[in-house]
Design a protein around this ligand. Structure first.
Ligand code: SAH
Length: 352
């Protein structure tokens, strides 16, 4: 048992079981033992690898997509270029390099990063020195300016609650204690009003997940975009509606049971995008990552990078393009939710 595991067992003994969301939030962000508080989870020696770490083209195309959206909306100045959960700062660094020559873009932008992990804030400061980024704990702290925002694999880290359908009611999945270890259990049936619409599209025994922090975030960002103008791209794995148990733990690139090693594994759940688009109350599109990147030119850009390279380097570039876009790899599981104000077209790549 990890130190955080022992702490959670004591807390459960004193106060009763935790919701999956409480467990997830504590494991990821506990000030002393949390996974993100204490680790750099990314890359070959970490626990998982993300799109910007697979290929520089990912951040480049997102940077250009946001710059085009900025031009389409009259090139407002000043504006906020924001990223939520920037990891090592790779995506933002690639986006900034790719947009260097967009006239006026860098002169008008303020770079703002929302990040809680001190370890990752330090990596971002290193990577983005020269762009004077400012850090915040929450998106609510961003200045009131036109907003051009990217969040890649951020929403999947936000805590979900899980509910198992039982007739016309729901039992919440909780984490309690059995034989001195953490164990899943279920509450008595309840009828949360928020789940009533799901009775129409689920069956007895189905599990659904809700992510209140993601819904609140979408509502907040949608409100800003409506009031101040702008575009937000949320990229993550998931589907329109939640169905089934997607709560998972990853440790050194392998799936492990989510109650093992609390504080030492990455815990995530798939993102349900439809409730986010609805909460944002602005224009929204949902596009497969593969289609999005192909339309923005992932193939030709990887091809250009391959010129003059060794055979091994070319193989790596082909594999990277394939991994990001192919339907059996990240191309279909990952989706791009674009939220945008309607004084400009949908962001490039998000519509056929
Ligand atoms: N976007 C990066 C990193 C993804 S990992 C990439 O694609 O490589 C998730 C990121 O979100 C990390 O930077 C993590 O520290 C941050 N994070 C997770 N939960 C957060 C929260 N509640 N508030 C702010 N940042 C958070």
């Amino acid at each position: 048992m990890t130190p955080l595991g022992r702490l959670l067992l004591r807390q459960i003994a004193a106060q009763g079981p935790l919701s999956v969301a409480e467990y997830m939030a504590t494991c990821l962000l506990h000030p002393e033992h949390g996974y993100y508080t204490t680790h750099d989870p990314l890359g070959g020696t970490g626990d998982f690898i993300t799109a910007p770490e697979i290929s520089q083209v990912f951040g480049e195309l997102i940077g250009l997509c946001l710059a085009q959206a900025w031009l389409d909306r009259g090139a407002p100045s000043p504006f906020v270029l924001a990223e939520l959960g920037p990891g090592r700062g790779t995506l933002m660094a690639d986006a900034l390099r790719a947009t260097r020559d967009v006239p006026g873009f860098h002169a008008a932008m303020q770079v703002h990063l929302v990040e809680l992990s001190p370890v990752l804030r330090a990596a971002q400061a290193d990577r983005l020195a020269g762009f004077a980024p400012r850090w915040h704990d929450s998106v609510a702290d961003l200045p009131d300016l036109p907003l051009f925002l990217i969040a890649n694999e951020f929403l999947d880290a936000l805590p979900v609650r899980q509910f198992l359908r039982d007739g016309a009611a729901w039992r919440e999945r909780v984490i309690g204690m059995r034989d001195d270890t953490l164990a899943f259990g279920l509450t008595d049936p309840t009828q949360p009003a928020a789940l009533t619409p799901r009775l129409a599209n689920t069956r007895d025994g189905d599990m659904v997940e809700t992510c209140a922090p993601a819904v609140a975030l979408a509502q907040h960002v949608g409100g800003r975009i409506t009031a101040q103008g702008g575009v937000a791209l949320f990229i993550d794995y998931g589907s329109a509606q939640s169905l089934g148990d997607t709560f998972q733990a990853v440790h050194h690139h392998r799936k492990v049971p989510p109650l093992h090693l609390p504080g030492q594994c990455d815990l995530t759940a798939h993102v349900a995008f439809a409730p986010l688009a609805e909460a944002a109350e602005c224009a929204a599109t949902l596009t497969d990552q593969g289609a999005f990147l192909e339309r923005l030119g992932s193939g030709p850009r990887h091809g250009a990078l391959a010129r003059g390279k060794t055979e091994a380097q070319i193989e790596t570039l082909i594999a990277a393009h394939r991994r990001l876009t192919h339907p059996t790899e990240m191309g279909q599981l990952f989706k791009v939710l674009a939220l945008f104000c309607d004084n400009g077209p949908a962001p490039a790549g998000t519509k056929a």
